[in-house]
Ligand binder design. Sequence first.
Ligand code: IDP
Ligand code: MG
Length: 160
Amino acid sequence: RSAAHFARTVRSEISYVMVKPDGVQRGLVGEIIGRFERKGFKLKALQMRKCTREIAEEHYKDLKQKPFFKDLVDYILSGPVVAMVWEGDGVVASARKIIGATNPLNAEPGTIRGDLCIQTGRNVVHGSDSPDNGERETGLWFQGDASVEWSQTIQPWLTE
Ligand code: IDP
Ligand code: MG
């Protein structure tokens, strides 16, 4: 097998997924985690936490110039979040599909946002938009080594 294949299997793609404060308050944590779990992706890290303004602003730094930036940061700080890292080939793009469009009114039924919320400013969940951001956001939210090495015994039933 090629070096590229080896590198890919050693460090598979990861997505940083987060249940936002509205998702926690509305009791949607299990529902949201369950969708990624049932899909077959591998859970690498999980933590309920209150975040700091520094982390929230860094997480959304690309949106700093937007008029809604302060409200967005206040929203993320408004209660605890559930931070997760999911791993698997193609997990970043797949998680974005599972989550659905940013505006829940445009999100397809069957997606988390399409099924569970109605407003962009209360859209219950975050998912990284690129593999690089998956790594960056994981490093930001899970400082040190919070991710767990484990083998998923059902793996041969998920991938050939
Ligand atoms: P995404 O979460 O689907 O990747 P982004 O464009 O990266 O969407 O925006 C990040 C988050 O900022 C959104 O999930 C939403 O919570 C918030 N947001 C984006 N656009 C607006 C807006 O126009 N009004 C209020 N909040 C917004
Ligand atoms: Mg985004």
